[in-house]
Design a protein around this ligand. Structure first.
Ligand code: BEZ
Length: 196
């Protein structure tokens, strides 16, 4: 798959004619909602787990030293918690550009966690970086992933901050994510990572 997914995402017609869309965030979208939204609600999806398996050359790393950011991997029976945003369709365009490094829109059923309507769910979309995208790095030992995250910096800041912001956001949601929390525990101290 081409590295720049902007055009592929614009071709999605699934929500044509809708005047609002639910967008599910499982990574930076949980703690960095720098786009207009009508409402946000904690939510989860079935059959996916969050993994730091996507390379970041443009936000949390560079082409020479990519960072690692979250994507989703299919796992039957799993649940992934995050944040759902009700947005106007035009909000997707800038997000397509911001997340152009391998992420494709994927239609998903999301389930709300805030108790306003037991078992309430909605169709929505998320951005997915699947293993066929050029920036996909895939599985590696947790220590190696943590080391890479500790060393990487990009235009959006240190990769470490991305991980720690996600940890805090998940704690605020009352969510346990063993993969994410294990990576945070393995992060070398900042002075060790910078060689000081
Ligand atoms: C997310 O938080 O869901 C997300 C953020 C950036 C790219 C893809 C997904």
């Amino acid at each position: 798959m081409t590295l720049d997914t902007t055009l592929l995402n614009r071709r999605m017609t699934h929500f044509d004619g809708h005047d609002e869309i639910w967008l599910f965030g499982y990574g930076s979208l949980i703690w960095k909602a720098d786009f207009p939204f009508l409402e946000r609600r904690p939510a989860h999806i079935h059959g996916w787990v969050r993994r730091f398996w996507q390379g970041s050359h443009d936000h949390r790393g560079t082409p020479e030293a990519p960072g690692r950011v979250a994507t989703l991997v299919r796992e039957p029976g799993a649940i992934c918690h995050g944040m759902a945003y009700r947005i106007a369709p035009e909000v997707l365009r800038p997000l397509d550009v911001r997340e152009k490094n391998g992420y494709l829109r994927e239609v998903i059923r999301l389930h709300f966690d805030d108790g306003q309507g037991e078992g309430e769910s909605a169709e929505g979309l998320l951005y997915l970086a699947s293993e066929d995208n050029a920036a996909f790095l895939g599985e590696a030992p947790l220590d190696a992933i943590a080391e890479q995250i500790a060393m990487a910096h990009g235009p959006s800041g240190p990769n470490r901050d991305y991980l720690l912001n996600l940890v805090q956001a998940l704690r605020d949601l009352g969510v346990d994510d063993p993969h994410v929390f294990a990576l945070a525990r393995r992060l070398p101290h900042p002075s060790a990572a910078s060689g000081r």
